[in-house]
Design a binder for this molecule. Structure first.
Ligand code: NAP
Ligand code: MG
Length: 402
């Protein structure tokens, strides 16, 4: 069989620990035998990040902007323990944070669902994608522990004057918090959400608490409404998809009663909380995919989970591990499909479909990594290690492509 040709390189961002091991296995077994793979390779492993003073992360993000599509392996975000372990020169920032701020993007998380793993919420038939606004609010807030009686004020001083409101006349001790957001960031968030809805042909829900927060949350609602009406309404109508705004508490109630199959855009805190709820209810973190979409249409695909450190230490001890490669495989298939779409290469898009189908064939036969075995119903599961799992997918992929 002749290998599938590519025209534009994928930006390949390698990573750390167990996922770095899986990365090579996936490439060797599931990609390279079938695709004449073109990538621009960036090693975002912690050793290289330290060596380059983290310049490599910035270069990788710039390449993502240049070429449009990237695939990323999970990476270590250093903490004090990692400083010692890797003898780091500095506590480098989270690569995901750096890439997100350079691309100005929004993260969309979608569970991979299979018939033998039933969501805890029994009426969910389709995956629910959470889009989390990743800037501001409580994550960039300042706080004061109020020790005694006194007056708290909110003050803004600008070129054209000063605005001041009393927050509270404290009669005794309490707490105080100040937070902000930016029109520019909310606009980027809105564009990424509308683009992703069109891309995946799914309804878009957005929720805030604008009945209580009449300026702050209302600004989010208004920006979404304005951008939708001016730039996306016609396309949504053509595709038969809907933009739907509601209050966050109403959204929560409706999500639980829904059949799934839509995107739920959330403010920063809501997205943090709701994405953990949705991923747990669908099954396993190891089956959660993630894609960063920038407002100008650049994409970075990855698994939602981390580097699976506990399994890596076992691996280093020569022990066999049964780490689930599904989300990392789907990062590759997602990126290859998008590359195919952008370059008009049907074979590449088809390959991505077949790769995902081969993963489903494998799981539907009950062949699975250990994390899934206890979740499966209606099949007799057989737990295998990562290598055998990937091998089983390869067999089925070869059959499908033959
Ligand atoms: P993690 O790597 O996601 O793993 C947490 C636990 O979840 C694992 O110990 C494992 O449970 C289970 N798990 C996650 N992925 C799995 C998979 N593919 N197959 C089977 N089980 C899986 O999170 P962490 O241990 O908190 O973080 C480890 C490192 O990853 C940290 O250095 C962190 O900075 C980094 N991180 C990176 C990203 C990213 O690059 N996007 C995201 C999150 C964390 P059991 O041990 O019970 O089997
Ligand atoms: Mg969280």
């Amino acid at each position: 069989m002749e290998k599938i040709k590519m025209t534009t390189p994928l930006v390949e961002m390698d990573g750390d620990e167990m996922t770095r091991i899986l990365w090579k296995m996936i490439k060797d077994e599931l990609i390279l035998p079938f695709v004449d793979l073109k990538t621009e390779y960036y090693d975002l492993g912690l050793v290289k990040r330290d060596e380059t003073k983290d310049q490599i992360t910035k270069d990788a993000a710039e390449a993502n902007k240049k070429y449009g599509v990237a695939v990323k392996c999970a990476t270590i975000t250093p903490n004090a323990k990692r400083m010692d372990e890797y003898k780091l020169h500095e506590m480098w920032k989270s690569p995901n944070g750096t890439i997100r701020s350079i691309l100005d993007g929004t993260v969309f998380r979608t569970p991979i669902t299979i018939p033998s793993i039933h969501p805890v919420v029994k009426n969910w038939e389709q995956p629910i994608t959470i889009a989390r606004h990743a800037y501001g609010d409580v994550y960039k807030s300042v706080e004061i522990r109020v020790p005694e009686e006194g007056t708290a004020k909110l003050v803004f001083e600008g070129k054209s004057g000063k605005e001041e409101v009393v927050i509270h006349e404290f009669k005794g001790a309490g707490v105080l918090q100040g937070m902000h957001n930016l029109d520019k960031s909310i606009r980027s968030f809105a564009h990424s959400c509308f683009k992703f809805a069109i891309d995946t042909k799914q309804d878009l829900w957005f929720s805030t608490k604008d009945t209580i927060s009449k300026k702050y949350d209302a600004q989010f609602r208004e920006i979404f409404e304005e951008i939708y009406n001016n730039e996306y309404k016609a396309e949504f109508e053509k595709l038969g998809i809907e933009y739907f705004y509601t209050l966050i508490d109403d959204a929560v109630a409706r999500v639980i009663r829904s059949k799934g199959g839509f995107i739920w855009a959330c403010k920063n805190y809501d997205g943090d909380v709701m994405s953990d709820m949705v991923s747990t209810a669908f099954g396993s973190l190891a089956m959660m995919t993630s894609v960063l979409v920038s407002p100008d249409g650049n994409y970075e695909y990855e698994a939602a989970h981390g580097t699976v450190t506990r399994h890596y230490y076992k691996y280093l001890n020569g022990e066999e591990t049964s780490t689930n490669p599904m989300a990392t495989i789907f990062a590759w298939s997602g990126a290859l499909r998008k590359r195919g779409e952008k370059d008009g290469i049907k074979e590449l898009m088809n390959f991505a479909d077949q790769l995902e189908a081969a993963c489903f064939d494998t799981l539907n036969e009950g062949i699975a990594t250990k994390d899934l075995v206890n979740l499966m119903e209606g099949v007799t599961p057989k737990a295998v290690n990562s290598k055998d799992f990937i091998g089983a997918i390869r067999e089925r992929l070869e059959k499908r492509l033959a």
